[in-house]
Design a protein around this ligand. Structure first.
Ligand SMILES: C[S@@+](CC[C@H](N)C(=O)[O-])C[C@H]1O[C@@H](n2cnc3c(N)ncnc32)[C@H](O)[C@@H]1O
Length: 364
């Protein structure tokens, strides 16, 4: 009975975010067409059949999200862990910022930063207004709005997509623990994953780290990101939890400040579609370097053409609406091959809703 009620609460919670997102996007599109009729976007039509397919994919994602909590991969409380206070607080800011976003969209301007932001130390490909965001990833205001924007974009499915890294990571860490403990008599009573280290590459505002904290409290967690503002935001979020604070470091995925073979597991969520192809390869090679032999890497990113050609209109429209200059190349990139070139083996993929996952192992 309690479970039926919790499941109902979860569905109601997800449905309310979905309806709100739909209302928000419809309102902003109509306002834009009315107030800024000069903005003409070359958008492919999304047929009702395709919308139905997307709704089914989202329902499947949520069903799996519920099931994996039910079987104990993570606590059910994670399903309701939502930054509501931030949403309420920053939704008006998001609306007030919208005219600036439209200005950039109208001019096709995607490398504009306020004067007080020093972009010189960042790689060229990063000095952009990804998603046409004001100040790209380089301001506290952008960090405050980011999660809200992502949830509205994915109809409330962003966290459910992030949570799909937890089961494969858990399997990978269990395999390491089993191999280590072997037939040792002290195996019983060991705290699962204690002393194991996991890094979230491009941790952003810390949503995935927060899930890892909740699901595997004994892990030592680390987060790396290029944006100081997003790391500040992650620090705020993660400090609220009673668990140990993950070690957050500003740095580049393609030159990580960690020694070789340091981590048992790595996760990386929604980074690769924002990198040029050669940088994707460098980041994967760095992931390989810092993973211990036998360790596991779990990547979550956008769907690709090879798996879901029927969703092509979505994949074509996304970079037009959200300034994603490397996305067109990403959706045709073979990350499996890149992982193999770096040395990873036993590589598998999964697709859920509009995201794709690669699970790769460093040979023991
Ligand atoms: C789309 S956001 C994803 C953030 C987070 N993983 C999530 O799930 O929301 C991309 C993140 O990657 C970071 N980033 C981009 N290029 C990077 C690089 N070369 N090295 C480290 N972080 C990078 C950005 O600062 C941003 O926080």
């Amino acid at each position: 009975m309690a479970d039926t009620l919790t499941k109902l609460a979860y569905q109601t919670f997800q449905d309310s975010i979905s309806y709100f997102s739909l209302g928000h996007r419809t309102l902003l599109t109509q306002l834009r067409q009315w107030l800024r009729p000069e903005i003409k976007l070359e958008i492919q039509t999304v047929s009702p059949t395709l919308l139905g397919e997307l709704a089914q994919r989202r329902a499947d994602l949520l069903a799996l999200d519920w099931q994996e909590a039910e079987v104990g991969i993570y606590p059910e409380s994670l399903l309701f862990d939502h930054p509501w206070d931030d949403f309420v607080r920053y939704y008006p800011t998001l609306l007030l910022d919208t005219p600036r976003v439209w200005d950039r969209l109208a001019k096709g301007e995607a490398q504009a930063f306020d004067e007080d932001i020093d972009t010189a130390t960042y790689p060229q490909y990063y000095r952009r207004n990804f998603h046409y965001q004001t100040n790209g990833y380089l301001s506290d205001e952008s960090a405050n709005l980011y999660d809200l924007q992502v949830e509205l974009l994915f109809n409330g499915g962003a966290d459910a997509m992030r949570r799909r890294v937890l089961a494969p990571l858990k399997r990978g860490l269990e395999a390491i623990a089993t191999a280590k403990a072997g037939s040792r008599s002290d195996r019983m009573g060991m705290i699962p994953f204690s002393h194991m280290k996991v890094l979230d590459v491009a941790c952003g505002t810390g949503r995935t780290l927060k899930m890892l904290q909740g699901a595997f409290p004994a892990l030592s967690l680390f987060g790396l990101d290029l944006s100081p503002a997003y790391l500040r935001k992650a620090n705020q979020l993660l400090s609220r939890s009673p668990q140990a604070l993950p070690q957050l470091v500003q740095g580049q995925g393609e030159a990580m400040p960690y020694r070789d073979a340091y981590f048992d597991g790595l996760t990386c969520v929604f980074l690769f579609h924002e990198l040029p192809g050669p940088v994707r390869q460098q980041v994967i090679e760095e992931c390989f370097r810092v993973t211990k032999p036998g360790g596991v890497l779990v990547i979550c990113d956008s769907i690709q053409m090879i798996d879901t050609p029927e969703l092509e209109p979505m994949m074509a429209n996304f970079p037009v609406l959200f300034h994603e200059p490397f996305y067109g190349d990403y959706v045709r990139d073979d990350l499996g091959q890149r992982l193999e070139i770096a040395g990873f083996r036993d590589i598998t993929t999964e697709v859920h809703f509009v995201s794709k996952y690669w699970v790769a192992h460093k040979p023991a």
